[in-house]
Design a protein around this ligand. Structure first.
Ligand SMILES: [Fe+2]
Length: 309
C-alpha cells in the first residue's frame, strides 16, 4: 500500500513508502512530539462510486469495489472509532450500495454515512431505498460525540433539484438559491446546499459544542471553500456560521471534489478528500483527531497533512 509523502508544516520532506502504515506512522508521529492522549481514529473514504456501469473516461466504476477491498484489508487488524463514508458510495445503481457498505462495516467500527448527490441519482423509490441504507436514525443530518470531539454530519442534498424526497419548503429554497448563484462556478445542475431548517439545527449543535468546550468537525459531501463547481450554493452562509463559532468549530471535511482541495478560512480548515474512484491506487485516508490537531494519513494519492487547531 503506497503512503504519500508527509508534507504539511514542513515537518518532513522526504518521501517514504509505508507498508505497515499505522505502526510506522505512529512511530513517526511520536518522533515529532505527537504523543499524548490517543486520538479519535477514523478510516475515511470519499466518492467510491462503486457501480456496474460502463467506464466513462478515467472513471472505472467496476474497479472501485476491488480498490475498496484492498484499502479495507490493509487496515483490518487496526482499531477505528468509526468509519466514514463521505458520500457517493454508488454512481447510480442502488443495488450496488450493499456490497460497498458491508465492506466498510467489516472493519468492525460504527459506520457513519454522509449523503452524496450520486447516491440519489435514481428514481424516487430508489432514493427512498438509499435513504433507508444511509440515513442515521432516520435522519440525513445528525451529530455524535467521540472522545472529546463532536462530529456534525450535514446533508448537502437539503437544497437540491435531484432529491425528490424533500419537502415543498426545501424545494422552494432550492429554486431561490439556483437563481441566486446563476453565472457563478457553483451553478451546476447537480449542485446542492444546506436548507434553512438544517442551518438552524447546525447552529444549535455549534452552540452546544461551544457551551461544552468541545471541538467540532463538520462532515459533508459537497465542498464550501475554495469556491469551485463543487461548492454548495450557500457555502458562504455555512462558512459565516462556522466562523461565528470558531471557538469550537475546527474543520469542515468533505468529498465531492474528486481531486481534493484545501483552504484555511475564517479560522477553520476546509479539507476536501480525494475520490477512491479516480485513481489507480486505492486513495483514502485515516484521520486522527487530537485535542490540538488533526493528522491526516494519506494513502494512494491522498495528501498527508497536519492541521493545527
Ligand atoms: Fe462523486
Amino acid at each position: 500500500m503506497k503512503k504519500r509523502t508527509f508534507k504539511k508544516g514542513g515537518l518532513l520532506r522526504r518521501d517514504f513508502i509505508c507498508a505497515g502504515a499505522s505502526l510506522l506512522f505512529s512511530g513517526f508521529l511520536r518522533s515529532f512530539g505527537f504523543s499524548g492522549s490517543s486520538p479519535v481514529r477514523v478510516f475515511s473514504v470519499a466518492d467510491i462510486h462503486c457501480d456496474v456501469c460502463e467506464n466513462e473516461g478515467s472513471k472505472n466504476y467496476r474497479a472501485s469495489l476491488g480498490k475498496l477491498k484492498k484499502a479495507v484489508s490493509a487496515h483490518r487488524s487496526q482499531k477505528f472509532d468509526f468509519v466514514l463514508n463521505l458520500g457517493d458510495i454508488v454512481d447510480r445503481n442502488v443495488s450496488c450500495a450493499d456490497t460497498a457498505l458491508s465492506e466498510l462495516s467489516s472493519l468492525g467500527a460504527p459506520l457513519k454515512n454522509v449523503l452524496g448527490n450520486h447516491d440519489f441519482r435514481c428514481s424516487p423509490s430508489g432514493q427512498r431505498a438509499m435513504a433507508k441504507k444511509l440515513f442515521c436514525g432516520g435522519n440525513s443530518y445528525y451529530s455524535f460525540d467521540c472522545g472529546i470531539w463532536r462530529f456534525i454530519v450535514l446533508d448537502s442534498m437539503g437544497l437540491s433539484r435531484i432529491s425528490k424526497i424533500k419537502d415543498a419548503d426545501c424545494a422552494a429554497q432550492t429554486e431561490m438559491w439556483i437563481s441566486r448563484v446563476e453565472g457563478k462556478p457553483n451553478s451546476v445542475p447537480w449542485g446542492g446546499g444546506i436548507d434553512s431548517r438544517q442551518l438552524a439545527w447546525l447552529e444549535s449543535e455549534l452552540k452546544k459544542s461551544s457551551a461544552e468546550s468541545r471541538p467540532a468537525a463538520v462532515l459533508c459531501h459537497m465542498t464550501a471553500y475554495p469556491l469551485s463547481h463543487a461548492s454548495m450554493f450557500n457555502y458562504e452562509e455555512v462558512g459565516e456560521m462556522l466562523s461565528k463559532y470558531r471557538n469550537c468549530a475546527k474543520a469542515f471535511i468533505c468529498g465531492h471534489k474528486h481531486d481534493g482541495g484545501y483552504e484555511m478560512r475564517g479560522g477553520l480548515h476546509y479539507l476536501a478528500l480525494k475520490s477512491l474512484l479516480e485513481y489507480e491506487e486505492p486513495t483514502y485516508s485515516v484521520l486522527n483527531f487530537y485535542k490540538d490537531k488533526i493528522v491526516v494519513e494519506g494513502f494512494g494519492e491522498e495528501t498527508p497533512r497536519v492541521l493545527m487547531i
